[in-house]
Design a protein around this ligand. Structure first.
Ligand code: FAD
Length: 459
């Protein structure tokens, strides 16, 4: 039976849900509070450059849920993948391959990472276990640190995996779930898929929304949902600043806690609201977007591993201080899609993790550290800057309405991910959660779009 549906939010999760439900024939209205679409995956333009709201690269572009939704919608989303995928920089420097399935490549990676020869065996066994991705559910409740410890105590391996966790989940490996990490690692490296969409990060939600509107879906932007109306345990529709939208089904990608607050806590069992209130978000990510007047960085992505002990490289997040050396994730979007910058110029985005609730002063001090490091790594960099934009924790908070500034959504910790992740179903009939907070596994947008696929299959 065809239903009247309202979807809240136009990030990757909401956009995919709306387009897939419309394709199934439901009457769907998507309501977005911002004047732009895309949520945390939005992109903007300035002086001929197209830069992302965040600092984005994508796991399993065409082979994961993004590609699956695109094929279901017969959309136009296209991906660029580089091999080698990234330049590792820091105490060691080398090109990191995306295809690490052969034993010989794993030997080379271990040597380049400067793993102690006495720890090679443990390192290979660890790579093999991560690539095989077996018994994932059994490892959901374990931290990645504990999991790595069961194979090796080599500091370089601990540093590498800890930085990779911060890249995947915006969490240190002390906080990340081993099952979730294994799920993501095995898929990304077995499919050798890590890339960037043509048209910048916004191309993901926008390509879904394009098909949605072409199919007759209604998109309202710049219109905030102020209330989800519920009567006798059933959803009735949503209220915005401009009016009431009756609906039999409301799918919210506004986040788990904001959805409860929009609905009114009184409609949920106390145990449900309390469990959601107690959940922890991922860390924030803070970024520097640079427009350069020439091409300075020759790599698709830079992965800078700080010269700090592997286990404690993210201690600064716990301590809410500035790190002595800073982990940097630095995609170069115009090296993926040259149309994102005027000819002869370059767009570079550098980011790192910052504590939840970080102050503007702390974010700025960490961003200063990134800027200094990037200029040291690439001597021509500072002279080539046309403009730069700094984004702190607050920009993400303004978008999500959550002061923690979580860049992914709920943290993929041992007690919150995999089999312990929130379900899309809520105790209210007709009200569902979608997006990074509920119903799937994966990295960032992969998680959000996977959640949409899972929900639409169940509805
Ligand atoms: C700095 C940064 C770096 C990141 N790096 C990566 C990366 O490299 N790879 C990756 O895959 N992911 C990355 N992510 C994470 C990824 O962008 C998010 O996990 C993903 O966008 C979540 O999608 P979503 O649909 O669940 O939510 P969102 O994208 O947050 O979309 C939710 C939407 O709901 C809207 N909304 C909220 N409340 C209301 C309301 N009351 N009424 C109407 N609309 C409302 C919001 O405005 C927003 O547009 C990064 C994020 C950030 C911020």
């Amino acid at each position: 039976m065809k239903k009247k549906v309202v979807v809240i939010g136009s990030g990757p999760g909401g956009a995919a849900t709306a387009a897939l439900l419309r394709k199934k024939g439901h009457a769907v209205t998507l309501i977005e509070s911002q004047p732009f679409t895309g949520g945390r995956c939005a992109s903007f333009s300035k002086g001929g450059f197209t830069y992302d709201f965040g600092v984005h690269m994508f796991s399993r572009g065409n082979s994961g849920p993004h590609g699956e939704v695109n094929r279901m919608l017969e959309g136009g989303l296209r991906w660029k993948t580089h091999e080698p995928a990234a330049r590792v920089m820091g105490k060691v420097e080398f090109d990191f391959p995306l295809d690490i399935r052969s034993f010989l490549t794993q030997v080379k990676v271990a040597m380049k990472l400067n793993v102690k020869p006495s720890c090679y065996l443990g390192a290979f066994r660890l790579f093999r276990a991560l690539l095989k991705g077996e018994s994932i559910e059994r490892h959901d409740g374990t931290t990645v640190e504990t999991f790595v410890d069961s194979y090796t105590d080599d500091d370089r391996i601990h540093l590498f995996i800890n930085c990779l966790c911060q890249l995947y989940f915006a969490l240190s490996y002390k906080e990340s779930s081993a099952g979730e990490f294994m799920w993501c690692f095995s898929r990304m490296f077995n499919e050798a898929s890590f890339g960037y969409p043509f048209g910048a990060s916004k191309a993901i939600p926008d390509s879904f929304l394009e098909r949605f509107e072409q199919a007759g879906g209604i998109l309202k932007i710049n219109e905030k949902v102020t209330r989800i109306e519920i009567e006798k345990g059933e959803v009735r529709g949503v209220r915005t600043e401009k009016g009431f939208y009756p609906a039999e089904v409301v799918v919210s990608s506004a986040g788990a806690l904001p959805t409860i607050l929009l609905s009114g806590k009184e409609h949920f069992p106390e145990t449900y609201t309390t469990s959601i209130e107690q959940k922890k978000g991922s860390n924030a990510y803070i970024t520097l977007k640079y427009a350069l007047d020439k091409k300075v960085v020759p790599y698709p992505t830079v992965f800078y591993m700080p010269n700090l002990p592997g286990r404690d490289v993210f201690q600064y997040i716990e301590d809410k201080t500035v790190p002595d050396d800073v982990y940097i994730f630095m995609p170069v979007p115009s090296n993926q899609d040259p149309s994102l910058a005027p000819p002869g110029t370059q767009l570079v985005i550098a980011g790192t993790a910052a504590p939840r609730f970080a102050s503007a002063e702390l974010c700025n001090a960490i961003l200063d550290k990134i800027h200094q490091k990037v200029c040291d790594l690439f001597p021509d960099f500072s002279k080539a800057i046309l403009w730069e934009i700094r984004s702190s924790r607050k920009e993400t908070s303004d978008l999500t309405g959550l002061d923690n500034g979580s860049c992914i959504g709920l943290g993929q910790t041992p007690d919150q991910s995999g089999r312990f992740h929130l379900n899309s179903e809520t105790p209210v009939a007709g009200l569902y959660l979608v997006g990074a907070d509920a119903g799937s596994r994966g990295i960032g947008t992969e998680l959000a779009v996977g959640s949409a696929l899972n929900l639409v299959r169940r509805l």
